[in-house]
Design a protein around this ligand. Structure first.
Ligand SMILES: Nc1ncnc2c1ncn2[C@@H]1O[C@H](COP(=O)(O)OP(=O)(O)OP(=O)(O)O)[C@@H](O)[C@H]1O
Length: 262
């Protein structure tokens, strides 16, 4: 995949380190993410992918390092200095977070339409007809049948729930979306359709995304760039096709040749 990049990074990460007591979660991770760019983070279980994602999304405090984000008005903010209310506002508007388990990202006891509409209300939309109309068009976009708009997601299949979670996240046109194993736990055929959908939406909306996955095929399909982690540290980073076709680090070579089960 290729992408035309803005010249200033959206997210800049410098020396991000997170310990759990004496145990390393991730150490000295640095990278820039540009608008419209999709970065995959891969590595075997315990390599620090989730820790990194949670630190970036403000769900875990850093032990050291710095994460800065370029706001819509162009101002670059140190995320550690944002207040809780500002961070929550960012999370509801300019960012999305797609969880592996849709139940973690949806309100399971409210309707599909309300799940999507709620995010619009968070950015100030109060007009019922507009909200319902946008919810309906997003449900169509993610291939949830329109006649399910008033049903709650408890009655949805795993794939439908995940598509609804994606609609809920994308309805506010976020500039950055974090995805944690977005197709994990789904049947292979459901995964393939969902991946096509995510790929098309990310490209259409021009969002940046950070996708954590243990599946190199997912990384290949979705990402422009890939970062390979081992034992909490980045061992290789580069354009996805280059890294997967010509891995330099011995660990990446093992991953690619599937000797390691990630
Ligand atoms: N809450 C915690 N308390 C203590 N150690 C933790 C905690 N969460 C993660 N760790 C440790 O941090 C390291 C990185 O774990 P992390 O969950 O980030 O890896 P991962 O690559 O996301 O793994 P998986 O793919 O299995 O989710 C591991 O050694 C793990 O045991």
């Amino acid at each position: 995949m290729s992408v035309l990049l803005d010249d200033a990074p959206l997210l800049s990460v410098d020396g991000l380190t997170r310990f759990y007591g004496p145990r390393i979660g991730c150490r000295d991770v640095s990278f820039d993410l540009y608008p419209g760019e999709v970065l995959a983070v891969v590595g075997e279980s315990g390599s620090g992918k989730t820790t990194l994602l949670n630190c970036l999304a403000g769900r875990l405090p850093l032990s050291s390092g710095n994460v800065s984000y370029r706001m819509r008005d162009g101002v670059v903010c140190d995320l550690a200095l944002l207040g809780e209310a500002e961070r929550r506002f960012l999370m509801r508007t300019d960012w999305g977070f797609v969880h592996q388990n849709p139940a973690d990202g949806l309100r399971m006891n409210v309707s599909a339409g309300a799940n999507v509409g709620e995010r619009l209300m968070a950015i100030g939309d109060r007009h019922y007809c507009n909200i319902r109309g946008s919810a309906l068009s997003w449900l169509e976009r993610v291939e949830v049948p329109a006649d399910r708009i008033d049903d709650d997601p408890r009655g949805f299949s795993g794939g439908m729930r995940q598509r609804l979670q994606i609609a809920r996240n994308l309805v506010t046109a976020p500039r950055l979306v974090f995805m944690d194993e977005p197709t994990g736990g789904l049947d292979v055929s459901v995964q393939a359709r969902l991946l096509d959908l995510i790929r098309a939406l990310v490209a259409d909306l021009g969002m940046a995304a950070l996708v954590v996955t243990h599946d190199l095929a997912v990384a290949r399909l979705l990402s422009h760039r890939i970062m390979v982690m081992k034992a909490g540290e980045v061992v290789e980073e580069g354009l996805t096709d280059r890294v997967l076709d010509d891995p330099h680090a011995p660990y990446t070579q093992l991953l690619v040749s599937s000797i390691l089960q990630v």
